[in-house]
Ligand binder design. Structure first.
Ligand SMILES: [Fe+2]
Ligand SMILES: [Fe+2]
Ligand SMILES: [Fe+2]
Ligand SMILES: [Fe+2]
Length: 399
């Protein structure tokens, strides 16, 4: 593929503003849509929210009022894009249904990125993280059957399996052990930079979602499970954001953000099965091409550098939502017992990890274990979706 966003012109910024009628998108049909269409919508919402938040941080660190106004202009369009994208979600879904879709995104997006990541240290970071969101999916799916009396397979549609990953109780690490080493901006493959931004943004969206929606349930076990997993998403954001080289200048970071938006809209436009959603991806790609040009001009002006020096000569292979069952099973077989120590990984529980575990659990079972006991009391079994056979780890098979 030879799509080079630097050589394409998009829609001029002063023609990107949409009126209410244009913003009033038709939501997807939850019963008939491809689950991966919903995953693409969720991913792009996370990306647009990051675009907005990043631009706000940049504006707060910008003295020149003319540049502040330029950032505000583009940011308002990002805010309209976020509305158009997230309003594709149907109003019927419960918080827990959206949660299950978020964890499905985390599993299949992170697994795909892990498969494609060229740098071994970064690849390990994604392999490590995916086994945790995989376990969250399983805990929430059991909660869903308990309190909403429905089954998660109606959401994940057998594209993603539901069974134990690295047990959630072991995700609570001392915060210092969540900080990884960054890639080196001048040596890293441009694809690695896009991967890190993408996963950081979607994990950040999950963290924000649990922060705000967690207390909307009345059932004590639901409220407690959202607190527990909400704190793990804080760890995940720390883990993934620390992969990004903090030596990139603000303007270089802005260019990377806009380039990543082009990459993802282009990828999703290529694979989208719903024609109305595809039209949104295409429109937004044409907007992002112009955002990228504006960001490149700012980088040239304020850093005195050519953006082409830090970007790929053409877009990498499209990022794809597809089942990753065999890959996740291989990780379940080989990486269940990993934890982190400093910026690396170990198989042995160490002192700092044990201390955190002792303090946070306070001698009791965490909500992620209690949800399984309460589910078992009600149904006499667990809720799982194992389309490819038994769990690869004999210790995790249902008794
Ligand atoms: Fe955007
Ligand atoms: Fe998660
Ligand atoms: Fe996560
Ligand atoms: Fe943008």
């Amino acid at each position: 593929m030879t799509f080079n966003p630097l050589e394409q012109r998009g829609i001029p910024l002063d023609r990107q503003l949409r009126n209410w009628r244009e913003l009033n998108v038709d939501p997807i049909d939850p019963d008939r849509c491809d689950p991966y269409t919903r995953c693409r919508v969720i991913t792009m919402n996370g990306i647009e929210v990051e675009a907005i938040l990043f631009s706000h941080q940049l504006a707060r660190n910008t003295v020149d009022p003319e540049i502040k106004r330029q950032l505000a202009r583009t940011r308002y369009i990002e805010a309209q894009q976020q509305k158009a994208v997230n309003w594709l979600l149907p109003g019927l879904s419960s918080v827990l249904e959206t949660t299950i879709a978020y964890e499905q995104v985390a599993v299949d997006l992170t697994a795909w990125v892990a498969r494609m990541e060229p740098d071994p240290y970064l690849k390990q970071a994604y392999q490590f993280g995916v086994l945790e969101d995989f376990d969250h999916l399983y805990r929430y799916a059991n909660l869903y059957e308990m309190i909403e009396h429905r089954k998660a397979e109606s959401i994940v549609d057998n594209l993603t399996e539901v069974m134990p990953g690295r047990p959630t109780r072991y995700h609570h690490r001392d915060p210092v052990d969540n900080v990884r080493d960054p890639y080196a901006k001048d040596q890293a493959d441009p694809l690695s930079k896009l991967h890190a931004l993408t996963i950081m943004s979607t994990e950040q969206q999950t963290m924000n979602f649990y922060m705000n929606t967690g207390p909307t349930y009345m059932e004590p076990i639901a409220r407690q499970l959202y607190q527990e997993i909400g704190l793990i998403e804080e760890e995940h954001v720390t883990h993934y954001e620390s992969l990004v080289d903090p030596g990139e200048t603000w303007w270089e970071q802005l260019v990377n953000h806009e380039y990543n938006e082009c990459y993802l809209y282009y990828s999703f436009m290529e694979q989208e099965s719903d024609p109305k959603v595809k039209a949104v991806w295409e429109l937004h790609l044409n907007m992002e091409l112009e955002h990228l040009h504006i960001a490149c001009d700012l980088m040239r002006r304020l850093d005195g550098r050519e953006p082409a020096e830090v970007l790929a000569p053409a877009l990498p292979n499209v990022l794809t939502f597809e089942p990753n069952k065999a890959y996740v099973r291989e990780l379940l077989d080989t990486q269940m017992d990993l934890t982190t120590l400093g910026a690396g990984y170990v198989r042995e529980a160490h002192e700092r990890f044990e201390k955190m575990q002792e303090t946070i659990h306070g001698g009791e079972n965490p909500p992620s274990d209690r949800v399984m006991h309460e589910h078992d009391d009600m149904f006499g079994r667990e809720y799982r979706v194992q389309t490819e056979g038994e769990h690869p780890d004999p210790a995790q098979r249902e008794k």
